[in-house]
Design a protein around this ligand. Structure first.
Ligand code: SAM
Length: 275
């Protein structure tokens, strides 16, 4: 008998993966968690029936959410990830000469599952520069002023505990927690299926930060494949950054020319954020 996992891309579209083996399922305090071994995409982390990552293309999302803000900043020393309990974003951050990388994940079970089933991602947790906090990122960030050089919000979709991670009050707290040259990035979903959310988040960030910018990457396993990230910056104009010509860390998707071109967004995305 064949086993398939289907995920809603939108109310009327589903994407299905042929599954070799169900490695783990559990109901945590916050969500349903599953790790599946798929035929084509390797291991997959699923939260509340939504694919968080597959081993086949996780590098695209994690490289783009980490390297673009870190290279834009130029010399970040203290970096924070909110969410990101799989460790993929942390792994990419630690390729840079940062002094400290903190991660605040609400659900410790995501970290545990990653340590057990996703060693390529959870490798980051044992780096001496990494500090892990298991609590709500919304409450955590309120305790900091002028502290982090880069803050990355690597969240689930805006449901359950992640709803507040897409609110203006939270972005205000992030602004306060950033240092003078601070940069903030959040994953802001598909411009096809979450256009209203992208528009709202961009508008909040543009109200708070002197600079706001949207960039994109193509992540085949995410709904619509074209994915957006929204950046807020206190001092550096993300559209006018001297990106070093040579990439001095290992990457499979990110390159200096992709860094420059990813801010050239399609006309319909520009339209969403400029209305
Ligand atoms: N790359 C993924 C994506 O876009 O599908 C997101 C990956 S990561 C697994 C998202 C994490 O955010 C989850 O582990 C979830 O528990 C965490 N999360 C959700 N709300 C949170 C909150 N308020 N504070 C901290 N972490 C949160």
């Amino acid at each position: 008998m064949e086993l398939w996992f289907s995920e809603y891309q939108s109310k009327n579209i589903k994407m299905s993966y042929k599954i070799k083996e169900v490695l783990h399922t559990e109901k945590t305090k916050y969500q349903n968690l599953a790790v599946l071994e798929s035929e084509e995409c390797g291991r997959m982390l699923i939260l509340d029936d939504v694919v968080q990552l597959t081993m086949k293309d996780e590098f695209i999302y994690h490289e783009m959410i980490a390297h673009v803000p870190l290279v834009t900043h130029g010399s970040p020393e203290r970096v924070l990830v909110i969410g990101g309990g799989d460790g993929g974003t942390l792994r990419e951050i630690l390729k840079h000469p940062v002094k400290e990388a903190h991660l605040v994940e609400i659900d410790e079970k995501v970290i545990e599952a990653s340590k057990k089933f996703l060693p390529d991602l959870s490798v980051a947790f044992s780096d001496p520069r990494a500090k892990i906090f298991c609590e709500d990122g919304i409450a955590y960030i309120k305790r900091f002023k002028n502290y982090y050089d880069v803050i990355i919000v690597d969240s689930t979709d805006p449901v359950g505990p992640a709803v507040g991670l897409f609110r203006k009050e939270f972005y205000n707290d992030i602004f306060e927690a950033l240092t003078e040259k601070g940069i903030f990035v959040a994953q802001t979903e598909s411009p096809f299926y979450y256009a209203d959310l992208l528009k709202e988040v961009y508008s909040s960030i543009a109200d708070i930060f002197p600079y706001a910018a949207v960039y994109t990457a193509v992540v085949p396993t995410y709904p619509g494949a074209l994915w957006t990230f929204t950046m807020g910056s206190k001092q550096i104009d993300p559209h006018n950054v001297e990106v070093p010509n040579i990439c001095n860390f290992e990457a499979k998707y990110y390159t200096p020319s992709i860094h420059k071109s990813c801010f050239s967004i399609p006309a319909f995305v520009k339209d969403i954020i400029s209305k």
